[in-house]
Design a protein around this ligand. Structure first.
Ligand code: PRP
Ligand code: URA
Length: 209
C-alpha cells in the first residue's frame, strides 16, 4: 500500500487558506498555487539520493554532496495541473515536463483523455504527477495509468487538496504511488466537488466559467 504524506508546514497551510478563500481572485490564486507548489516540491524531494563530490572552496578542498544524478519529470494533468508546474520548476529547473490532457465528464464524472505527450526517457525518471484536486480520484487514476502505459515507473502524486474518497481510490488503483497533499478534506458533495475544498481549480486559475 502506498503512503499518504500530509504536509502540514505552516507556510503551506497559511497559503492554502487564502487559496480556499472564494474572494481570492485569479491572479492571486495563480501566484499562491505556484508558491505552494514550490514548497511542496521541497518536501517531495526530501528522499532524493545524494553522492559525494570534491569541491574547492576559496579556503580549501573538501568533500560535499550533490543529488546523485537522478533525473526528474513533472507531469501535470491538464488543465489545472499546469498551475503547479512553474512553482516546481523553480526548485528543479532541469526537470522535463510531460503533459496528460484529461477532463472529468460532468455527467459520468469519468475522465476523458484528449492529449498525452511524455519525455522520451520517461522510464529513467522519477516522476511527479501533479493536479491540485484529488476528488473522486478518477482523473489521477487515469492520468497515472497513461504515464505507466508509456513506460513511467517511479511515480509520486502531488496535489493541493484531497478527498478521502480520492485517496482510497488512488491507493487501490496504484499502490506503488505515494500521495503528497497538504490537506485531506471532509468529503465530496453530490456533484463530486471537494468539501470544503476550493471550488473548481481550473476555473479559478484561468478565470473561466
Ligand atoms: C479537475 C481537477 C482534476 C479533477 C479532479 O479537473 O483539476 O483533474 O477535476 O476530479 P476527480 O478526482 O473526480 O477526477 P477538471 O476535470 O475540472 O478539468 P480542468 O483541469 O480542465 O478544469
Ligand atoms: N475538481 C475541482 O476543480 N474541484 C473539486 O472540488 C473537484 C474536482
Amino acid at each position: 500500500m502506498s503512503e499518504v504524506h500530509v504536509i502540514e508546514h505552516p507556510l503551506i497551510q497559511h497559503k492554502l487558506t487564502h487559496i480556499r478563500d472564494k474572494s481570492t481572485g485569479s491572479k492571486m490564486f495563480r501566484e499562491l498555487v505556484e508558491e505552494v507548489s514550490t514548497l511542496l516540491a521541497y518536501e517531495v524531494t526530501r528522499d532524493l539520493p545524494l553522492c559525494d563530490v570534491e569541491v574547492e572552496t576559496p579556503v580549501t578542498k573538501t568533500e560535499s554532496q550533490v543529488i546523485a544524478g537522478k533525473k526528474l519529470g513533472i507531469v501535470p494533468i491538464l488543465r489545472a495541473g499546469l498551475g503547479m508546474v512553474d512553482g516546481i520548476l523553480k526548485l528543479i529547473p532541469a526537470a522535463k515536463v510531460g503533459h496528460v490532457g484529461l477532463y472529468r465528464d460532468p455527467d459520468t464524472l469519468e475522465p476523458v483523455e484528449y492529449y498525452c505527450k511524455m519525455p522520451a526517457d520517461i522510464e529513467n525518471r522519477e516522476l511527479l504527477v501533479v493536479d491540485p484536486m484529488l476528488a473522486t480520484g478518477g482523473s489521477a487514476e487515469a492520468g497515472i495509468q497513461f504515464v505507466k502505459d508509456r513506460g513511467g515507473k517511479n511515480i509520486k502524486f502531488v496535489c493541493l487538496i484531497a478527498a478521502p474518497e480520492g485517496v482510497e481510490r488512488l491507493q487501490e488503483a496504484h499502490p506503488d504511488v505515494d500521495i503528497y497533499t497538504p490537506a485531506i478534506d471532509e468529503k465530496l458533495n453530490d456533484h463530486a466537488y471537494i468539501v470544503p475544498g476550493l471550488g473548481d481549480a481550473g476555473d479559478r486559475l484561468y478565470g473561466t466559467k
